[in-house]
Design a protein around this ligand. Structure first.
Ligand code: FES
Ligand code: FES
Length: 169
């Protein structure tokens, strides 16, 4: 029996930050690799090989997902949002500004995933407690520093949004 099995590429089409992207990939291609190599969006990172770090976090149909845990073919037809899609164009969104202002980031490796988890958290719980923020961010690891400033940044974003809502903005 021949062991010379040819793997056939498959066509995958999905929407990334509002743009339809189609690529021919091996069936085993992970969503994170599709995002980086086919969609050419390199803000989403691979930081581990054990689904632990959260550096690859994106939103799939509005749900926060570690994109290293999903095959690209499983994302066929779905809406993907990556860190590049947090803003419409130039400049930073309020959450990114808060990370900047509160020193909630150090490296570019973990930060995109942190931002995507924080964004998901605030979409679903606009006024989280510090414990809820810690819980919501528990799938994202920083290997070099603490999490206090990150929690500060998420908390500040929530406060600013609540204030804006009260002011009717
Ligand atoms: S690369 Fe996905 S969890 Fe680490
Ligand atoms: S700041 Fe990115 S791993 Fe620590």
């Amino acid at each position: 029996m021949s062991t010379d099995t040819q793997i056939q590429n498959v066509a995958v089409s999905l929407t990334v930050n509002g743009e339809e992207i189609t690529g021919e990939v091996e069936p085993r291609t992970l969503l994170v690799d599709f995002i980086r190599d086919v969609a050419d969006l390199t803000g989403t990172h691979v930081g581990c090989d054990s689904t632990n770090c959260g550096a690859c976090t994106v939103h799939v149909d509005g749900v926060s997902v570690k994109s290293c845990t999903m095959f690209a073919v499983q994302a066929e037809g779905r809406e993907i949002r990556t860190v590049e899609g947090l803003t419409d164009g130039d400049g930073l969104c309020d959450l990114q500004e808060a990370f900047h202002d509160h020193h909630g980031l150090q490296c570019g490796y973990c930060t995109p995933g942190m931002l995507m988890s924080a964004s998901y958290l605030l979409d679903h719980n606009p006024t989280p407690t510090r414990d809820e923020i810690k819980n919501g961010m528990s799938g994202n690891l920083c290997r070099c520093t603490g999490y206090r400033f990150i929690v500060d940044a998420v908390e500040a974003t929530a406060a600013k949004r609540a204030e804006a809502q009260e002011d009717g903005q």
